[in-house]
Design a protein around this ligand. Structure first.
Ligand code: SF4
Length: 207
């Protein structure tokens, strides 16, 4: 019988996995981290959020750098901000760039699932604030988005348990990826093709 506890998945891993499963494995299994212009700009943009200073804004209480967890999902992380009004709890995620893909929405939805379990409330929506256009985008916590988050959590947990490093997709994502100097997607893909070629030759000779 395997009594090993299931690994906890970090909320931030969901965004990494949605961007590229190999990036997620490199960061969360292998502990690789390299800053590039995007991560440095993100850290700079986050300095107010990271301060943890709570404020009153437009009639709402805004709590910053709030710890989050879900025992049901085995999740742990932090919300950049949570806006509290008398009848609503709204997570807000801050991104320094522009909207692209669904990674930020998935990360925000994971935060909503944590808040719902922690506080026993319903969290039907949240916001992602983008520093590029300087506007915030509403995210509907739909059933489809929630299911997608749960699926990704399960896949990350399998990745953490197996330690498997996915194949590099070597596509447009790699150009902007902070881990490109470590991952070397072009080289690893080429060596994989050579390995496959050699194996095919050996098997062909055996038969
Ligand atoms: S360089 Fe490409 S393949 Fe490697 S982790 Fe980044 S996005 Fe994924």
């Amino acid at each position: 019988m395997n009594n090993k506890p299931e690994p906890i998945v970090l909320v931030s891993a969901i965004e990494h996995y949605a961007y590229c499963p190999r990036q997620c494995a490199l960061i969360h299994c292998d502990g690789v981290w390299i800053d590039n212009r995007h991560t440095v700009r993100g850290s700079w943009a986050h300095r107010r959020v990271d301060s943890g200073a709570h404020r009153q804004e437009r009639g709402r209480r805004v709590l910053r750098a709030i710890p989050l967890w879900s025992e049901r999902l085995g999740l742990s992380g932090r919300a950049d901000a949570v806006e509290i009004e008398s009848d609503s709890v709204i997570p807000v995620e801050y991104k320094s760039g522009t909207p692209h893909g669904s990674a930020a929405n998935l990360q925000l939805c994971a935060q909503a699932l944590c808040l719902e379990e922690m506080l026993g409330v319903s969290v039907p929506l949240g916001y992602v604030w983008y520093g590029g256009p300087r506007r915030r985008v509403e995210v509907d916590m739909s059933s489809a988005l929630r299911l997608e988050v749960c699926r990704i959590i399960q896949e990350i947990r399998e990745q953490l348990t197996s330690g498997t490093l996915p194949i590099a997709p070597n596509d447009n994502r790699c150009r902007e990826c902070q881990l490109e100097p470590h991952c070397l997607p072009g080289v690893t893909n080429a060596s994989r093709r050579i390995h496959q070629y050699m194996r095919d030759i050996v098997f062909a000779c055996d038969t």
